[in-house]
Design a protein around this ligand. Structure first.
Ligand code: NAD
Length: 293
């Protein structure tokens, strides 16, 4: 069993770390928020006073942080050059491709093996250990990481070299953001035409309009009891995070001259949603804006 440093114990990181503990690993965690570190301890983990302190004796360091600036700063100040030689570095955050490649390059230059391994599957997937990991990095590092990723996920896809995990993740989330808005528009229009939302769900979830946003994360209360719509859109995956990813997608599209007309419109709509004070709402709460509430 391994000694794992886990930095970033938020909505995703905490349940991922808990699964590693359940699998028998020793996990030492750090987060800026004391309560989530206490929750890790309650699950059998160990608290550290700082990001750097998690690395003491660690075989592996896993990060699950909000965005590129936090990843660059935590790796730059607290991991690269501080972790023992041979420590395997795994960043599971969703960040921009350029930062992922820069941090991986710095880690490699300092003698570490590093992979980017962003995830899909939401907090439900994190709890259940069924996340999809999209992995970028050298074959040997991916092979070493796989047994740990297997504990936290059900589907591990090696997408290529450093940063390619982030590239696939950004494509996925742009599709999800666009799709969620479409799902909200369809359910809202159906209701206005006098159809019960459960009936819309029964048809769409088994028809050509089905998608993860409908079947697993339906944005109206009722049809999918675990979806945030049943708890007044408590996140889940925040609208702020989705907006971040849609802008990462726009930056990536510009860098490779890809046409993303719907992706751009989705970013604008999510900007509007969070500018009206909904950044901490679940992203499926954009239903309220579509409904005009
Ligand atoms: P979150 O905000 O709940 O968790 C991030 C945690 O990082 C917070 O607890 C925060 O205190 C901590 N943190 C920030 N800076 C830190 C630092 N310098 N040192 C230590 N801890 C620090 O976010 P989340 O929902 O867990 O998402 C994490 C990442 O996973 C994001 O990049 C997000 O885009 C991605 N993601 C989230 C979901 C989801 O459904 N929530 C799904 C897939 C991917």
């Amino acid at each position: 069993m391994s000694k794992i440093a886990f930095i970033g114990l938020g909505n995703m990181g905490l349940p991922m770390a808990r699964n590693l503990i359940t699998a028998g690993h020793s996990v030492t965690g750090f987060d800026l928020v004391a309560e989530v570190v206490e929750a890790l301890v309650a699950a059998g983990g160990t608290a550290a006073e700082s990001a750097e302190a998690t690395l003491d004796g660690a075989d592996i360091a896993i990060t699950m942080l909000p965005a590129g600036p936090q990843v660059a700063s935590v790796y730059g100040a607290s991991i690269i050059g501080k972790a023992a030689p041979g420590t395997l570095l795994i960043d599971c955050s969703t960040i921009d491709v350029a930062t992922a490649r820069k941090v991986a390059g710095d880690a490699e230059a300092a003698g570490y093996e590093m992979i980017d391994a962003p995830v899909s599957g939401g907090t439900g997937g994190a709890e259940a250990g069924t996340l999809t990991f999209m992995v970028g990095g050298p074959d040997a590092a991916v092979a070493k990481a796989r047994p740990y990723l297997d504990v936290m996920g059900g589907n591990i896809v090696h997408a290529g070299g450093a940063g390619n995990g982030q590239a696939v993740k950004i494509c996925n989330n742009m599709i999800l953001g666009i799709n969620m808005i479409g799902v909200c528009e369809g359910f809202n229009m159906g209701e206005k035409l006098g159809v019960d939302p459960q009936t819309i769900f029964d048809v769409v979830s088994t028809s050509s309009g089905s998608s993860w946003a409908v079947n697993n994360y339906c944005p109206v209360p009722g049809p999918v009891p675990t979806s945030p719509a049943n708890r007044d859109y408590q996140a889940g995956f925040t609208a702020a995070m989705m907006t971040k990813d849609l802008h990462l997608a726009q930056d990536a599209a510009e860098s490779c001259d890809a046409s993303t007309i719907m992706g751009r419109r989705a970013a604008e709509l999510f900007d509007q949603f969070i500018e009206s004070g909904n950044g901490e709402s679940d992203f499926s709460g954009i239903m309220k804006m579509i409904k005009g509430v």
